[in-house]
Design a protein around this ligand. Structure first.
Ligand SMILES: [Fe+2]
Ligand SMILES: [Fe+2]
Length: 415
C-alpha cells in the first residue's frame, strides 16, 4: 500500500466561521471591550460567558449583546430575529447560534455527524462548519498524512479548530502546514477578529500552532521532515517571509534566506536519496486560469514575486512536486521549462474559483506521484474576489502617474 497524503488548502476558518470572502456576512462586533459599568447596565441574561445587558432606569433602554471576550455584537432587528418581539430573546438566540459555531467551542467537542449536519443545514456558508464536513470526506479517503498549504485561518484566529479537526493526523505527527497571506498579513478592511490582529500577533499565533503540531521552524521560517515510510522528504516554506509593506499588498516572496537554506538541505545525502521531494508554499508559482477557455486572473497584489528564482532552486535540488494554494484553484500541471509537478489545491471550505465544489488532492507516493482530485460533498460558495486584489486595483487607478504603480503592479524580478 503506497503512502497517501491529502493536500488541502485555504481553510479560512475564523472565530465564528465568517470570512472576508463572504463580506456581507462578516460578524460585526465592537473593536474594544465593552466597559460594563454595573451602575449603568444590568445583566438580563447570561450563559456560557455571553451576556445581554440593559441600560438601567430608562424606558427605551438599549440592549447590548456581549461575547465571552467582552466585545459587543449588534442585536438582531425584529425582521432579522424572525419576528421575536423581545430583543433580549433575539440577542440570546444570536448568542446560541454564534457560540455553537465558535472555533473554541467546536474544538472542545467536535460534533458528531448528525449534529454537524444540523449546524450545516442552518448555516451552510459557515467556514468552520464546512471545514468539519470536509474533514469527514478526508477521513473516508483513508490518507496517512495531511498537508495544509496556507490561509489556514481567515484573519489569524481559529487555529485550535484546525488542530481539533485534524487531531487524528496531528497526534501521529503527520499534520504538516505552512502559513498563507491571510494567516500573516493584514487587510485594509475590517474583519471580525478581536482583538484586532497585528503582524506580530498573527506571526506568533502561527508559530505557536507550528510548535503544537510538531514542526520545528528554522530561523528563516522553513522546516523539513523526512518520511521514511513514504521514501519522501517534505519541505515547508513561508511565502510571506518578507514583511508586508502595505495593507493592500499580499504578494508573496520566499526570499534569499529560505532559498539558500533549501539549497543547503537539498545537497544533503538524505534529501537526494528520497524518491519524493515535496515543497509546500502558499503562493502560486505560475498564474492559474479559472478553467478551460478562461484567462488567468490579475496578478496584482497576489503573485509570488520571486517565483522564477524559486523554480530555479527547486530544479537545482531536484524537487519532484510543489504543493500550494492561494488562488482557490484546483489544478495539476507540469510547468514549461521546469521538472517539478505543481499541485494547486482550492479552498477546502469555499471551493474552486472555477465554480467547482471544494476538493482536495489525494496524493499517492508510489513509484511515481499519483494525484487524484477528491470532491467534498459540499456545494461551492460564491466567493468574493480576494479583498486585497480589488483594493489594489482600485488603488492602481487612483495612483496612475505618481510612480507608485511601479511599486504596486510591476515590482519583482520578472519586470
Ligand atoms: Fe485563500
Ligand atoms: Fe492566499
Amino acid at each position: 500500500m503506497p503512502f497517501t497524503i491529502a493536500h488541502v488548502s485555504d481553510l479560512h476558518v475564523s472565530e465564528y466561521g465568517d470570512t472576508f470572502h463572504d463580506r456581507l456576512r462578516v460578524v460585526k462586533r465592537s473593536a474594544n471591550v465593552v466597559a460594563a459599568d454595573p451602575a449603568k447596565l444590568e445583566v438580563v441574561w447570561e450563559e456560557a460567558g455571553w451576556r445581554v445587558l440593559r441600560e438601567r432606569g430608562k424606558r427605551r433602554a438599549k440592549i447590548t449583546l456581549v461575547d465571552p471576550d467582552g466585545f459587543a455584537h449588534p442585536v438582531p432587528s425584529l425582521k432579522e430575529g424572525a419576528g421575536v418581539i423581545d430583543p433580549v430573546e433575539r440577542a440570546a438566540a444570536k448568542a446560541f447560534r454564534l457560540e455553537a459555531r465558535r472555533a473554541t467551542t467546536l474544538a472542545k467537542h467536535v460534533p458528531a455527524a448528525p449534529a454537524l449536519r444540523h449546524l450545516f443545514e442552518a448555516t451552510p456558508r459557515n467556514s468552520n462548519v464546512r471545514l468539519l464536513r470536509a474533514v469527514q470526506a478526508i477521513e473516508e479517503s483513508g490518507v496517512d498524512a495531511v498537508v495544509v498549504t496556507g490561509d489556514i485561518t481567515d484573519d489569524g484566529a481559529g487555529w485550535e479548530l484546525v488542530e481539533a479537526a485534524f487531531a487524528r493526523w496531528k497526534n501521529e505527527g503527520r499534520l504538516f502546514a505552512i502559513p498563507g497571506n491571510h494567516d500573516l498579513y493584514l487587510f485594509p478592511m475590517r474583519g471580525s477578529a478581536r482583538p484586532r490582529p497585528t503582524h506580530a500577533s498573527k506571526r506568533a499565533a502561527w508559530q505557536r500552532f507550528a510548535a503544537r503540531v510538531g514542526l520545528e521552524l528554522s530561523p528563516c521560517g522553513a522546516w523539513i521532515r523526512f518520511l521514511e515510510e513514504a521514501d519522501a522528504v517534505i519541505v515547508g516554506l513561508d511565502s510571506c517571509a518578507r514583511p508586508q509593506r502595505r495593507f493592500f499588498r499580499h504578494n508573496g516572496s520566499i526570499g534569499a534566506e529560505q532559498l539558500a537554506w533549501l539549497r543547503e538541505v537539498g545537497m544533503t545525502g538524505a534529501f537526494r536519496a528520497a524518491k519524493h521531494r515535496l515543497v509546500l508554499l502558499h503562493h502560486h508559482v505560475v498564474p492559474l486560469p479559472h478553467g478551460v477557455g478562461r484567462r488567468a486572473p490579475s496578478e496584482i497584489g497576489m503573485r509570488l514575486d520571486d517565483a522564477r528564482s524559486a523554480a530555479e532552486v527547486f530544479d537545482e535540488v531536484g524537487v519532484t512536486a510543489v504543493l500550494h494554494g492561494h488562488r482557490h484553484v484546483s489544478e495539476q500541471r507540469q510547468p514549461a521549462g521546469s521538472n517539478f509537478t505543481i499541485l494547486a489545491s482550492p479552498s477546502l471550505t469555499l471551493g474552486c474559483r472555477s465554480g467547482d465544489d471544494p476538493s482536495f488532492w489525494r496524493v499517492e507516493l508510489a513509484d511515481h506521484l499519483i494525484a487524484s482530485r477528491v470532491r467534498v460533498p459540499v456545494q461551492a460558495m460564491e466567493q468574493d474576489e480576494d479583498p486585497q486584489e480589488g483594493m489594489a486595483e482600485a488603488l492602481v487607478g487612483s495612483l496612475m502617474g505618481d510612480g507608485s504603480v511601479t511599486d504596486l503592479a510591476a515590482e519583482g524580478e520578472d519586470d
